[in-house]
Design a protein around this ligand. Sequence first.
Ligand SMILES: [Zn+2]
Length: 201
Amino acid sequence: MKITNHKLIGEPDEQISFVNSPNQSSGISPLYLIMHYTAGPTLSGAVSWFQNPDAQASSHLVIDRDGTIVQMVPFNQRAWHAGKSKWGSLESMNSYSIGIELVNAGKLRKNASDQWINWSKKVIPDSDVTVAKHKNESSETGWHEYTEEQLEAATKVCALLHKTYNFTDILGHDDISPSRKADPGPLFPIDSFRSIILGRA
Ligand SMILES: [Zn+2]
């Protein structure tokens, strides 16, 4: 894959497409890469939400569980993924970051039938769930696991983005909006991801 005119171009064997989101604006200095989960289990759900003007939300990339990548906003345009957010002296991080959404149902709880469900009551099979404690929370709960294919695709595309835009750091939404957001959550290996992409701990 390569980046041409701020758009990802895939090789024939790579599943990369562009679906434009109306939820974007001009003016971005991409100092940070911000990682998210979609809080839903399907790519199509996330892509159609970001195509809906009422959502007032978008991200530059959505990465499916099989490694398929959909770009929805060019990298030189501001995507609307961070909302109210702050890092150091910077606020409204959409102006300073490229946003990556990973398809993942997110934080889970048990229903009356002892099944793991997410906020929209989607049932996630036990085999795809790990119990863990979020760094900003005090107790454990279930979280939807990321897949190997998805993390591989994220590593590959984020390494290319870093080569192109030279980020200062990689952060989670839960770092820049800690009181309202839990994504990408405890199952996203942000420390190793950061050291692989940026080449440092
Ligand atoms: Zn988020």
